[in-house]
Design a protein around this ligand. Structure first.
Ligand SMILES: Cc1cc2nc3c(=O)[nH]c(=O)nc-3n(C[C@H](O)[C@H](O)[C@H](O)COP(=O)(O)OP(=O)(O)OC[C@H]3O[C@@H](n4cnc5c(N)ncnc54)[C@H](O)[C@@H]3O)c2cc1C
Length: 329
């Protein structure tokens, strides 16, 4: 069975505890689940590897855990992590490397692609085996087409969107062997060192890209994100927005979903007062279930919505909040 490398970056116990415990982030569980379905999952870790982490990785079928003997990798930016991933992938003769589809994951993928002369596929929503070849699946053009792509190189580097697949532990946990790797860093890789990190003030809501549920508001909220935030809070959801809303200054630009904003793929995306322009769809079309609330029944968002509510958001959202609270009581 071919080795499939999964890159595990920055384990943040505090952040992940709120999402079901364990040391790994949900995207790591998802990548490991995909890797197990396609070959032998090998974890490459950019931080310290303790017994708890090894046990958690074994629970997802990981048999080998590689990490850098140089302990301070977290103090650098992306380049040395890419060196680690590329050299670990070569050491285990990996057929593929799976990373997350965020900006850092994509940059690591690009650098690993160059180092290994490997094809890079971004925006994948799943990975499968087709006659022994690894195939990445993408959803494109506002979800109207799916694309199956295969790297023609010996190694494939694939960036997978968060929440595209359901994570599942292995039926039989594996005992993972820990293997330190003496990484030969390119001199330029260590050229920039992180001096300090200042955590953003916590909003109490999940991060947009990590959230299982996103409630997003557009121009229709007319400057008042209150109903959107209230619905998000009863659902434990993140708040997103269209560019019209962020450009108007009603909400931070970090909340923007779409072509020039963030790409999300939650289990549930509730679109509120958003028309569904192609640039907005580009960032949310792979959501598992899309619910749209819009007062215009002709709005293009209804073309991709699984459930549509034609109505005034200021009337619909408070009713939804009240009903959810009633059922939870
Ligand atoms: C290069 C480029 C990149 C772009 N990148 C992005 C991007 O990343 N993300 C993005 O979102 N856009 C992006 N855009 C902009 C995009 O083209 C649209 O202009 C934008 O998405 C429109 O935002 P909206 O749907 O909120 O506003 P509108 O298109 O104005 O739609 C508002 C909707 O709200 C509904 N509505 C109004 N009042 C209510 C109410 N009370 N109750 C219910 N419904 C109501 C209306 O019926 C309407 O459908 C980009 C554009 C360009 C050119």
């Amino acid at each position: 069975m071919s080795a499939i490398v999964v890159f595990i970056d920055q384990i943040d116990a505090d952040q992940t505890k709120a999402q079901g415990g364990g040391l790994l982030h949900p995207i790591h569980h998802q990548l490991l689940t995909l890797a197990r379905g396609a070959g032998e999952p090998v974890a490459v870790v950019a931080g310290p590897v303790g017994a708890g982490l090894v046990a958690e990785l074994g629970g997802y079928g990981v048999t080998r855990v590689l990490h850098s003997v140089q302990p301070e990798l977290a103090d650098y930016l992306v380049a040395p992590k890419a060196d680690l991933v590329a050299q670990a992938a070569a050491a285990v003769s990996a057929a593929a490397v799976l990373v997350d589809n965020g900006p850092q994951g994509k940059e690591i993928a690009a650098r690993v692609g160059v180092a290994l002369d490997a094809g890079v596929i971004t925006d994948a929503v799943s990975v499968s085996l087709d006659s022994g070849a690894l195939v990445a699946h993408k959803s494109v053009l506002a979800g109207s087409y799916t694309v199956a792509a295969r790297a023609t190189s010996a190694v494939a580097v694939i960036c997978v969107k968060t929440h595209s697949v359901e994570a599942a532990p292995a039926a039989t946990p594996a005992t993972a062997a820990v293997e330190p790797l003496d990484v030969a860093f390119a001199p330029a890789s260590l050229g920039v060192r992180v001096m300090r990190r200042t955590p953003r003030e916590a909003s109490g809501r999940p991060e947009l890209e990590d959230a299982r549920i996103v409630v997003a508001g557009g121009r229709g909220v007319d400057g008042n994100f209150g109903p959107v935030e209230e619905l998000a809070d009863v659902l434990g959801a993140a708040v997103g927005a269209s560019r019209a809303a962020t450009d108007a200054g009603w909400i931070a630009h970090t909340a923007q979903v779409g072509q020039t904003g963030k790409t999300v793929s939650p289990q549930l995306y509730i679109s509120v007062g958003i028309s569904g322009a192609i640039q907005q769809k580009a960032g949310m079309q792979t959501s598992k279930v899309i619910v749209a609330v819009n007062k215009d029944s002709e709005s293009p968002i209804f073309e991709i919505a699984d459930f549509g509510i034609v109505g005034d958001l200021f009337a619909v959202l408070p009713q939804a909040v009240a009903e959810i609270k009633k059922r939870r009581a």
